[in-house]
Write a protein that binds this ligand. Structure first.
Ligand code: FAD
Length: 510
């Protein structure tokens, strides 16, 4: 078997035999799941970014951790095969791909675990690493009335895929990223060992895997903290013309005590014009309510800022909601007249981007390229960032949302593999570009590079989120004084550099 795999990796003529050989490999591996010939048109060679495409050798649909362990062990007995777990392939830069390697489709394990666990007065759910967050939400709420506390904006992402990065949204200021909301993981390491880990058990693996970009193990089960799900959400957007007032209010809200602020705080930059995607029409929440530009102050510049907040409530709380929400809004300095709000169910709120997906799919841009750029920028540099990047480089928009909102470093666990800027408050900046195929893709990639190069040149305190680099030196700079810990974790848990080759951090030597 090993000799055979070695041969087909080096021998292109053997491709025509692959279909026959797929079944013999599957048998000899004793897989409960299935295995398919890697094909350029298969899902394993694509991702949401649409910028890269590489051909894997095989796509494996495992039935669970045992199958995954067998595949990793098989790879370790060859001289050069790599293994990529593929969540839902919503990376941008080929991170879930493995050129000539084995891609594991984690979605085939999505139904493996679903256990509600009340432990010492708290509540948890055990789910598969391949579970989609949208399913975790709907199943948890409908069956138990509970839900995870920390989310991403869009939920057709897998649990393992977001935990490998961090997983952030407007709840992270209070509960931290998703990586701060798991208490136990089951992981298949790069040695093929199935290991349960937590803060107290195999803790180096546990913290390594969280935010570990898939480098140390494949998450096959995660235990996630839950909270009681509210019935409803009041979802509000208010507009600012001045960046300093926007950040002052956003920072005020994220630093209030629990129970004395909104439950969700985000924000975005939009163009001060009537462009349907980048301008005023991108603000109203209620289709019956139009943005009225006559309220915009004369002093406003090329871009405006929208603070987006949400307040959770139960149906029985109805009369007190207005008092609480109006009390909070009364402390903010947004432009009078530029406020939009709706009341929606909790699940409808969390599935808001999934609904937008349906609309964008209808106009064809969802499936096009997405040269996105995500960064964490320190509070100390965010005014400079706004002046140069938003007000100047991106004053005409990016053909999609330009998110910016504050997060608190103290809600992130330093022991995970995620790296952050210095200081307690930092901002996530997400340039979510939707561009047509053609020259605008290269232009967008070049503009992203220009932004990152400018950040480096002026010495901004920033980190890439969902990082993508080509060279080892860039990765070392990214991790800074955490690089040696990252390397040591790799040496302990995936010493042959088998896992997640698409991240381009370590290379398996032939
Ligand atoms: P994939 O893209 O399939 O994999 C990502 C990486 O994780 C790969 O290296 C892969 O090998 C590894 N991996 C996958 N599964 C596992 C596993 N089980 N164990 C170990 N490693 C694994 N992120 C946010 O934080 N907040 C947001 O609000 C947000 N919104 C998004 C909206 C959209 C429309 C899109 C496309 C992305 C968004 N993201 C957001 C980014 C998203 O969290 C990451 O791209 C994430 O990695 C995607 O999950 P996935 O399941 O598709 O993973």
């Amino acid at each position: 078997m090993i000799a055979y795999l070695g041969r087909i990796v080096h021998d292109n003529d053997a491709e025509s035999k692959l279909d026959d050989d797929v079944s013999s490999i599957s048998k000899s591996l004793d897989l409960q799941g299935s295995i398919e010939n890697g094909d350029v048109s298969s899902l394993a060679s694509k991702d949401f970014g649409g910028l890269y495409s590489v051909k894997p050798l095989f796509l494996i649909k495992p039935s669970g951790a045992e199958d995954i362990s067998r595949v990793v062990k098989l790879a370790s007995r060859t001289s050069n095969l790599t293994v990529a777990a593929r969540g839902n392939g919503h990376s941008i830069n080929g991170q879930a791909m493995a050129e000539g390697g084995l891609v594991i489709d984690m979605c085939s394990t999505e139904k493996n675990h679903f256990e509600f666990l009340p432990i010492n007065g708290s509540h948890y759910i055990d789910v598969s690493g391949g579970a989609l967050w949208e399913d975790v939400l709907t199943r948890c709420v409908s069956r138990y009335g509970y839900a995870p506390r920390s989310w991403t904006d869009y939920l057709s992402l897998t649990v393992g895929g977001t935990l490998s990065n961090a997983g952030v949204s407007g709840q992270a200021f209070r509960y931290g990223p998703q990586t701060s909301n798991v208490t136990e993981l089951e992981v298949v390491t790069g040695k093929g060992e199935i290991t349960v880990c937590s803060e107290t058990l195999n803790s180096e693996l546990f913290f390594g895997v969280l935010g570990g970009l898939g480098q140390f193990g494949i998450i096959t089960r995660a235990r996630i903290k839950l909270q009681q799900a509210p019935d409803m959400v009041r979802w509000i957007r208010v507009v600012y013309s001045e960046f300093e007032e926007f950040t002052r209010d956003a920072e005020f809200l994220v630093t209030q005590k629990e129970g004395e602020s909104f439950d969700y705080v985000e924000g975005f930059v939009f163009c001060n014009n009537d462009d349907p995607f980048n301008g005023w029409p991108s603000v109203p929440l209620d289709p019956g309510h139009e943005f009225n530009p006559t309220h915009i102050p004369q002093t406003a510049g090329s871009v405006l800022y929208c603070l987006e907040v949400a307040f959770h409530y139960r149906n029985s709380d109805n009369p007190t909601v207005d008092t609480a929400v109006n009390g909070l809004l009364g402390r903010l300095r947004f432009v009078e007249g530029l406020k939009s709000q709706v009341d929606v169910s909790y699940t409808k709120f969390l599935l808001r981007v999934n609904r937008a997906e349906e609309q964008v799919k209808a106009n064809g841009t969802w499936d096009g390229p997405h040269p996105w750029l995500n960064l964490f920028v320190s509070k100390s540099d965010v005014v400079n960032f706004d002046r140069t990047v938003f007000k100047t480089m991106l004053k005409d928009g990016v053909g999609g949302p330009m998110l910016i909102y504050p997060l608190l470093r103290s809600k992130w666990d330093d022991r995970t593999s995620v790296v952050l800027p210095e200081g307690e408050i930092f901002y996530i900046v997400a340039l979510l570009r939707f561009v047509p195929n053609g020259p605008s893709v290269e232009k967008s990639v070049a503009q992203n590079r220009e932004i990152v190069n400018w950040c480096i040149k002026v010495g901004l305190d920033f980190k890439l989120y969902l990082p993508h680099y080509q060279s080892k030196e860039d990765w070392e700079r990214h991790f800074g004084n955490r690089w040696s810990r990252f390397e040591e974790r790799k040496a302990s848990f995936d010493p042959m550099a088998i896992l997640a080759p698409g991240q381009n951090i370590f290379r398996r030597d032939p």
